[in-house]
Design a protein around this ligand. Structure first.
Ligand SMILES: [Zn+2]
Length: 460
């Protein structure tokens, strides 16, 4: 058995591992590589193997850096099952259509420009039709339900505690009379996240492949997130302001809604006015409501007590006109909108109209990459550009660090200690961060630690 780390080894994007076992080639994830346009196009278009020779894909979850290049794989001729949990299957329909739409829009925009210069047209990385082909290959399974993904290779997906439907993949392999267990803990979530059950510790791994995104940092305790959010809502709306929350459509939006509902149940928040100004987040929220069985005991308790998981008074907008009415109104309210890093989407319209009003506030609840508007706000910049115009940041900016769906340094080390694997492979981390975690694990003398570069092979 061989594992080849083709993507997401020393970066946190474009997750892709080839597994060669018993004469078959199986992929674990097929994520979109995100980066400068030309480089990203080349990386995502050309696979380091023939797509027609891949017999199956194991898909961990519906984040684009894990599922977002499946349409390219389908376009390149892959025909085989893509195994994922039922919830991931449902979410992928939304995520891949959105990703294809962005690719198509991006190409159309560039073609408008290149047409004027007489250059050949740009083609999208993939289209909605390619996404539809990939979606037809998805095969759903439940957590803890064994699935044969190749001869002698049984996959069991267990709770990752990361986002709805995310699984840690346990591969029990029998090859030439030898039995081995390989576990992928990528992406690995956290304990005590709202809604989700805690990640499951899988013992007896001959090899544990584990992420290292936050391998050198500790987050604030996830349990403090709700109280901080409650404070920010009360002060902002109490002084007649609006609270803008740039938010990813998958998971973070639903977590905030759930926290608001729990705060209401605790009597810590009156009935406030709140909007989810993102049709995609609305669609994702409906998927959550179809998978109530996957949530933790606290979520079930809230559901029993309040009659629903999310607050029934939250309004979901679909049209641009509805969105404009929120912007035009002076009434205090909470506005959740994408994009999560304030790079595009409806949040920009709300910021443009509200960022200079000192009664308003912006709550940053997600990771903000370098060079994004979200990062500038986190860093306390006072003059920022929105749609090309300069604005003075007079709204209060709150950075709520307890919101993260990835295990931090302490949680990663605790996971390894509890799982006691015989070998460890660290992936999904910027290089310095990954090296720092490797050093911490070596100091623990848990097991040999390997840090593959892109294209490196590990043999079992
Ligand atoms: Zn993820």
């Amino acid at each position: 058995m061989k594992l080849r780390f083709d993507g997401g080894a020393d970066t946190v994007t474009g997750s892709l591992v080839q597994i060669e076992v018993n004469g078959r080639r199986v992929l674990r994830d097929c994520g979109l590589f995100q980066g400068p346009r030309r480089l990203a196009f080349e990386r995502n278009r050309s696979f380091p193997f023939a797509a027609t020779e891949v017999s199956a894909v194991i898909l961990s979850h519906a984040h684009i850096d894990h599922c977002g290049n499946l349409p390219s794989l389908a376009r390149a001729g892959f025909e085989g099952p893509i195994h994922a949990t039922h919830a991931t299957v449902d979410l992928c329909g939304i995520m891949l259509h959105d990703a294809a739409h962005i690719q198509e829009q991006d190409a159309a925009y560039l073609n408008q420009k290149t047409n004027r210069r007489g250059l050949p047209p740009v083609e999208p990385l993939y289209t909605t039709a390619d996404a539809d082909v990939a979606l037809r290959w998805l095969r759903g399974h439940a957590y803890d339900e064994p699935v044969e993904v190749a001869p002698g290779v049984t996959l069991t997906g267990v709770e990752a505690g990361h986002v709805l439907g995310a699984e840690l993949s346990v591969l029990d392999v029998e090859e030439n009379g030898r039995r081995q267990r390989v576990v992928f803990a990528v992406d690995l979530g956290r304990r005590n996240l709202p809604l989700l059950r805690d990640p499951e510790v899988v013992a007896d791994a001959d090899l544990l492949v584990i992420e290292s995104t936050y391998g050198n940092r500790d987050h604030a305790d996830a349990r403090t997130a709700r109280a901080r959010l409650g404070e920010v809502v009360r002060t902002t709306l109490g002084r007649g302001g609006k609270l803008f929350i740039p938010s990813f459509a998958l998971e973070r939006t639903q977590e905030i809604l759930y926290h608001l509902h729990a705060l209401e149940a605790e009597g810590a928040l009156g009935r406030v006015c709140a909007y989810v100004d993102s049709p995609m987040a609305g669609a994702v929220t409906r998927v959550f409501e179809r998978h109530l069985g996957l949530f933790d005991e606290e979520a079930h308790e809230l559901h029993r007590r309040m009659g629903s998981l999310f607050p029934p008074w939250v309004r979901f907008t679909s049209t641009v006109d509805e969105s404009k009415r929120i912007t035009a109104s002076d009434a205090p309210c909470i506005v959740l909108a994408g994009s999560g890093m304030c790079e595009h989407g409806r949040i920009l319209h709300h910021l443009k109209h509200g960022i200079e009003n000192p009664r308003n506030a912006i709550a940053i609840v997600g990771f903000q990459a370098a060079h994004t508007l979200g990062r500038r706000l986190v860093e306390g910049e006072k003059r920022v550009r929105v749609f090309g115009d300069e604005f003075t940041v007079r709204a209060e900016v709150h950075v709520l660090n307890a919101f993260s769906a990835h295990a931090d340094r302490r949680e990663l080390i605790e996971y390894v200690r509890a799982a006691r694997p015989r070998r460890i492979v660290l992936v999904h981390g910027e290089d310095g961060v990954r090296a720092a975690l490797a050093e911490a694990l070596r100091a623990e003398q848990t097991a040999p630690v390997f840090l593959p570069a892109a294209g490196d092979v590990v043999e079992l």
